[in-house]
Design a protein around this ligand. Structure first.
Ligand SMILES: C[S@@+](CC[C@H](N)C(=O)[O-])C[C@H]1O[C@@H](n2cnc3c(N)ncnc32)[C@H](O)[C@@H]1O
Length: 217
């Protein structure tokens, strides 16, 4: 009886899957996954090698609700707006159509090219929407009275320090999804992943008792 079971099992070898995968299949799967990861990182993160690991923020587009929340918080505001990490430009396009003079800072050259071509196709003049391939950490933001950002929790504290040093006293800062630690909020709209926060720089400064960079000179 035992012999016949072994014989039957031998006949079915190759028909039933076993736990052990073939080494060539494993090697090909590994190579394919590595290739796909390489391709993904080329398209989503070019330029990122120059940014310290702790400050890397990958591309993730804002949802429609998130963009609407930003626009609600910008109601009554005007002037120059910087979007830090502009992605495909969706926040910049929404703000420029509301009359802001926008600059989208983006490290990923493919996204910059895409946003620029979208702006050209839509006939948006450069005075309303400009996309710059720049690391915003290395950019002076003192000429912007509106700043929007959809980044990552790990960079918010450092970003807060930069904005407090550089922004004018009448600046409004809007952060999608991730609040600034220890900053008093002016207002917030939306819920969960779509929640968006607004901060008056003057209020934050007086709360933290920090004077403006220009005051310190
Ligand atoms: C979460 S996405 C948000 C994209 C867009 N603002 C939106 O709301 O759809 C963050 C973006 O920031 C960009 N980014 C990350 N670090 C940057 C840096 N230091 N300078 C400029 N852009 C950066 C990424 O390439 C990515 O496109």
């Amino acid at each position: 009886m035992e012999d016949s079971i072994e014989l039957i099992l031998q006949d079915f070898t190759g028909v039933f899957p076993t736990n052990r995968s073939h080494p060539i299949v494993s090697a090909c799967t590994g190579a394919l996954l590595t290739g796909l990861y390489g391709l993904w990182s080329v398209f989503t993160m070019p330029g990122f090698h120059k940014i310290p690991w702790s400050l890397k923020v990958p591309y993730l587009p804002s949802s429609k609700a998130q963009t609407q929340n930003v626009m609600k918080l910008l109601e009554g505001r005007r002037g120059r707006l910087a979007d830090l990490g502009a992605g495909d430009g969706r926040l910049v396009f929404a703000a420029s159509s509301a009359g802001f003079q926008c600059t989208g800072f983006e490290i990923n050259s493919i996204l910059v090219a895409y946003a620029r071509s979208k702006a050209r196709l839509r006939g948006i003049p450069l005075t309303q929407a400009t996309f710059v391939k720049n690391d915003f950490w290395k950019t002076d933001l003192s000429s912007y009275n509106n700043v929007t950002a959809f980044l990552a929790p790990g960079v918010m504290e450092l970003l807060g320090e930069k904005l407090l040093k550089e922004l004018p006293q009448d600046a409004l800062v809007i952060s999608c999804r991730f609040p600034f630690p220890n900053w008093p909020q002016k207002s917030a709209v939306g819920f969960g992943l779509e929640q968006t926060f607004a901060y008056d720089i003057s209020t934050v400064r007086s709360h933290l008792k920090i004077s403006q960079k220009t005051d310190m000179k």
